[in-house]
Design a protein around this ligand. Structure first.
Ligand code: URA
Ligand code: CA
Length: 433
């Protein structure tokens, strides 16, 4: 087989065979297929797209390019949850202990944040001592004993994807649904869960800016999951404004603790119940979504959810005192209130731009090498649809410098206030099974 023939075949809009896709991915992982040929193929895929069969073959070839985590030693149905990314998305931090408190084993591998999006692993590292790099054996033991562990993604999971993603990033080929779907699903499948709940975000703060693309991505990923024998479902959720009120690592840990006590912001609570009940049903801990939701509510009301979070933190070497005393989390030196400049209704809070404002404070990374300041970030006081009076607090900025004029400008430029009443955005757009 020759790589050039495969490139030409895709360039001409034909379907590649499983053998051809395996040849490409094996060769690219080993280095016998050079970057320039892989770039040409990625661009051909970008323009000519792939059939679901090709996308599945590509996913499985990337799964097989590296380590596949064997979770079979963990009793019960292991459920994973993945979000395609957002701003202030605190759900995993809440869901991992909450769903575990209901008896669902959660063996979760999470990522770090980049650019305007945050990552669960960074948020957990805001907790002093919390270790996200534990061995596979210990990971499995913890989940077997206490139903939950959250770790960073193993370096050898889907190495073909890691290499290809780096290449796509610099060749204008990130925004291909075929390539995004196979990239995400290769890592989920290699991570070993029996069932996968996907949160595909849509809006300014998401990869998929419009709902049609989000729907296609969600349907494609659900199909791949099923073809790989993993029970898979997706929700399409709104990321036109940030989720919840907190954006930033310590602030989001505090928001997660509030949510585990049932006192989180309404949109975050709803996301937690919607995604959590799907996880509980897939794990066969409840027969219906309604029953699952009741179990989650009971775990919150009884305190089992916060107890599980403490246990999870202790198990991974972290300081669990933060659950009762969130002031033990890293705190910023300056707390700066930004008041609303006019009265009316909030019509827009541009998610990605507010994520960038938090990043500029130090809450996120511009490049992979940047270090994070866990203490800084934003607390929103309003969400789209809320009424606001001039002079009322709009956003509180947590900073370690008083020179934050660029951040203030960015915040004011990306929160719009109108005179007419505005409807709250729909949080859950679709459920795809
Ligand atoms: N996230 C991934 O893991 N891969 C993509 O291609 C896009 C988002
Ligand atoms: Ca949040």
């Amino acid at each position: 087989m020759r790589m050039v023939d495969i490139i030409e075949k895709k360039r001409d809009g034909q379907e590649l065979t499983k053998a051809e896709i395996n040849f490409v991915i094996t060769g690219y992982t080993k280095g016998t297929v050079p970057d320039y040929q892989m770039s040409a193929l990625a661009m051909a895929i970008y323009f000519k797209d792939m059939t679901n069969q090709e996308i599945t073959d590509l996913t499985m070839a990337m799964v097989e390019s590296g380590e596949q985590i064997d979770l079979s030693a963990i009793h019960g149905i292991k459920v994973d949850k993945h979000s395609t990314g957002g701003v202030g998305d605190t759900t995993t931090l809440v869901l991992a202990p909450l769903v575990a408190a209901v008896g669902v084993p959660v063996a979760k591998m999470s990522g770090r944040g980049l650019g305007h999006t945050g990552g669960t692993i960074d948020k957990l590292e805001a907790i002093k001592g919390f270790n996200v790099e534990i061995s596979n054996d210990e990971f499995i033991q913890l989940v077997n004993r206490d139903q939950v562990a959250v770790v960073g993604q193993s370096g050898d999971l889907a190495p073909a994807d890691k290499k290809l993603y780096g290449l796509r990033d610099v060749t204008g080929t990130v925004d291909s649904i075929a390539l995004i779907a196979s990239s995400i699903m290769s890592k989920k499948i290699a991570a070993g869960a029996d069932a996968i709940v996907l949160d595909v975000t849509t809006g300014d703060g998401a990869f998929m800016k419009n709902e049609k693309d989000a729907e296609r991505l969600a349907k494609t990923m659900v199909q791949i999951g099923k073809l790989a024998n993993r029970q898979t479902m997706a929700i399409i959720s709104d990321m036109s404004q940030p989720l919840g009120l907190a954006i930033g690592n310590s602030l989001e840990v505090k928001e997660a603790i509030d949510a585990l006590k049932g006192e989180g912001p309404a949109d975050l609570m709803e996301m937690v119940y919607v995604l959590g009940s799907q996880m509980v049903v897939l794990a066969k801990q409840a027969d219906t979504l309604e029953e699952a939701r009741e179990l989650l509510k009971e775990a919150i009301q009884s305190g089992a959810a916060t107890t599980k979070f403490k246990e999870m933190i202790r198990n991974q070497g972290g300081d669990d005192s933060i659950v009762d005393r969130p002031e033990n989390l890293p705190q910023a030196e300056f707390v700066i209130e930004l008041p609303a400049k006019e009265s009316g209704y909030i019509s827009e809070m541009v998610a990605d731009q507010l994520g960038i404002a938090a990043m500029l404070l130090g809450a996120g990374r511009r490049t992979k090498e940047d270090t994070i300041d866990y203490s800084v970030g934003l607390m929103l006081h309003k969400k789209v649809g809320d009424s606001v009076t001039a002079g009322e607090p709009l956003v509180t900025v947590y900073a370690n410098s008083q020179a934050i004029d660029d951040v203030k400008t960015k915040i004011y430029e990306n929160i719009f206030i109108t005179k007419e009443k505005v409807a709250e955005p729909t949080l859950i757009h679709q459920i795809i099974t």
